[in-house]
Ligand binder design. Sequence first.
Ligand code: HEM
Ligand code: HEM
Length: 126
Amino acid sequence: MDRKYVLTALGYGVLGMALGVYMGISQNHAQHVTHAHILLLGMVVSFIYAIIHKLWITDGTTTLSRVQYYCHQVGILVMFIGLFCFYQGLLPGEKIGPVLSLASVVVFAGVVLMKVLFIKSTRKAG
Ligand code: HEM
Ligand code: HEM
């Protein structure tokens, strides 16, 4: 699971920085919130999850590990697409708001589940 998370982190690193370069070149910073979250939630938080897996999670193949992984993946992907559409003016706030709220809760569930995984693994080990 650590490798999967590193690949996710680097993938969003490429995407987020490409958006940053585009914003810089075009002098259009409308997508700065999308850019910030792709890099912080997509790259930084995914990388932190990779490190947690590498250092502490004893079994990354459990159902709980997989549910945690997909919570984070699905949540952030929906959030980034939603943010992009909103800041690009493709969808109005009233339409995208509920989708973003749901995605946020799923991403939030991901961090709660990571905490549960961490506690379970370190208790077993310790
Ligand atoms: C190739 C690398 C990058 C480029 C070209 C780039 C470019 C930009 C640009 C043009 C903005 C808009 C600035 C503004 O309107 O105020 C911005 C904002 C931002 N960037 Fe990047 N960025 C890069 C990498 C990163 C990385 C690696 C991170 C974090 C891990 C990051 C985090 C942020 C954040 C948080 C903001 C929003 C700041 C704010 O308005 O509050 N960026 N970036
Ligand atoms: C469920 C997860 C998250 C949600 C729902 C969320 C939501 C938001 C919202 C509503 C804003 C204000 C956007 C605006 O200015 O209109 C914001 C800004 C920001 N958030 Fe998050 N956030 C989340 C996770 C994170 C994480 C994990 C980080 C850092 C590691 C982060 C860093 C930031 C930064 C730096 C800004 C300012 C960005 C800018 O002005 O471009 N967020 N976030």
